[in-house]
Design a protein around this ligand. Structure first.
Ligand code: GLU
Length: 457
């Protein structure tokens, strides 16, 4: 069977780096196994879900390098969920409940005071047809619970029922169904909670591996029971640890700060974001991986730690620099060209400056410095100005190449007896206006003799 995974966010906001981790775990898993990746939007909550968020999520995924093989929306599949509901009802596995949330809360408190686990006591199962009718006449609408298979003959005598699976990420996992309340699958107003539609989709879409955050471990126990109740073989499951902010708070789609969009707009490379999103919180070292295929080689779900992992945006800059440092011109060319960095000098310019950039967009500043001169007027002491003029008088004739700088400054050193910083710093300042930057040996041929002389202080 073809490995089939899915990424299933609700389109209720922008995805953040934690969501990207889930998407990438799925994408890399599919890549490693020659599998398919389905983009599924869990938009049964029609009020909070928005097409613009779904579109933004697809855009973010593409930017990261994820290209789904198929896309689907739960809001288009209500017929399938309705059919599953009928099937469960017919099997006596979905039952109507009429308690209000206040009544449920009271029941919970009573159970706790009797030292019973605070799970739903299945009181609604005891209702007779007449009682149900009376409640409906009163105007009450039922919500529907799935009868968990955690008892032998009598649903009021539950017993430890272990659901076990070999988690793709966490290894052996167990959930005891007797520790859980029968989950509500359909609300009073007829809307679906996520639990059932997800299972119906996973069945219909042939999903073989469900890889998601470890906040879903308990759901998995319930959902495995649902797969079986619907007559389907459950898929394999994997639950990765979650990312938190550097102060330990959970990430939320509502807080835009660490959204993929904001990271993109801040000028980061997608593979810097992807490398961190995948490698953080694993036993792999976090390094900048330039291509998705290499990240797939590094990706090992079993190497993922079981505890939450703090995510520090400052690490992204470190990775971004490392990526730019090794980014070949042909991979940067189109984006540089869009920034106005093009022409015959563009490649040697890129090779000269890439090691000094934090973001690719910073190349523009250097392009201006190379082509137009220092951004700010250069301040030199009288002595240094005199020295620079003297040095400029000694500039060799063209053609210039990577060895010109050494030959020139060697001769200047000989003549002026200046050395080290006193020799190089005034020249660097005169040429670039900045006290640090790319190797001058690489910049000098880009300035050319004329361009250099135009910087005479
Ligand atoms: N919509 C669910 C979520 O975003 C999907 C969970 C799952 O992958 O099954 O948490």
């Amino acid at each position: 069977m073809t490995v089939t995974v899915r990424f299933a966010p609700s389109p209720t906001g922008l995805i953040h780096i934690g969501n990207a981790r889930t998407a990438l775990f799925n994408w890399l898993f599919a890549m490693k196994n020659g599998g398919r990746f389905i983009q599924r939007f869990d938009d049964t909550d029609v009020l909070r879900s928005k097409q613009e968020y779904a579109d933004a999520i697809l855009y973010d995924l593409h930017w990261l390098g994820i290209f789904p093989d198929a896309t689907d929306y739960q809001s288009r599949r209500f017929d399938a969920y309705d059919a599953a509901v009928e099937k469960l009802k017919a099997a006596g596995l979905l039952y109507a409940c009429y308690e209000t949330s206040e009544e449920l809360e009271l029941k919970r408190k009573i159970r706790l005071s009797r030292k019973l686990p605070p799970v739903y006591g299945r009181e609604a199962l005891k209702l007779t047809g007449e009682e149900r009718e009376a409640l409906e006449v009163e105007g009450r609408k039922p919500h529907w619970r799935f009868l968990l298979p955690n008892f032998r003959d009598n649903p009021f005598e539950t017993e430890r029922t272990e659901i076990q699976w070999d988690d793709v990420v966490r290894g052996e996992e167990t959930v005891d169904l007797a520790s859980l309340s029968d989950p509500v699958l359909v609300r009073e107003d007829g809307t679906y909670l996520y639990t059932l539609p997800s299972v119906v989709d996973d069945i219909d879409m042939g999903v073989t591996h469900v890889i998601r955050g470890d906040d879903h471990v308990t759901n998995t126990g319930v959902q495995i029971a649902l797969f079986k109740a619907l007559g389907a073989e459950p898929p394999a499951f994997g639950h990765h640890n979650l990312l938190t902010t550097s102060t330990g708070e959970g990430l939320s789609k509502r807080s835009g700060a660490l959204s993929i969009k904001s990271l993109r707009e801040s000028g980061l490379e997608p593979m810097a974001v992807a490398s961190l999103a995948v490698l953080i919180g694993t036993s792999e070292s976090v390094t900048a991986v330039p291509h998705m295929s290499e990240l797939a080689e590094r990706f090992d779900p079993e190497a993922t730690s079981k505890s939450a992992s703090k995510f520090d945006p400052a690490e992204l800059i470190v990775l971004n620099r490392a990526l730019l440092h090794q980014l070949p011109f042909n991979e940067a060319q189109d984006r540089l060209s869009a920034l106005g960095v093009s022409g015959e000098k563009a490649e040697s310019f890129w090779l000269a400056v890439r090691g000094n950039l934090e973001k690719l967009g910073d190349a523009v500043t250097w392009w201006r410095i190379v082509n137009q001169g220092p951004e700010e007027p250069v301040e030199l002491s009288d002595k240094d100005r005199e020295f620079v003029n003297q040095a400029f008088d000694m500039l060799p004739e063209e053609p210039w190449d990577g060895s010109t700088w050494k030959a020139w400054t060697g001769a200047v050193k000989e003549e002026t007896k200046r050395k080290g910083k006193t020799l190089f710093m005034p020249l660097r300042l005169a040429l670039t206006g900045l006290a640090s930057g790319p190797e001058l040996a690489d910049l000098l041929p880009l300035l050319g003799r004329e361009g250099t002389l135009a910087r005479r202080p």
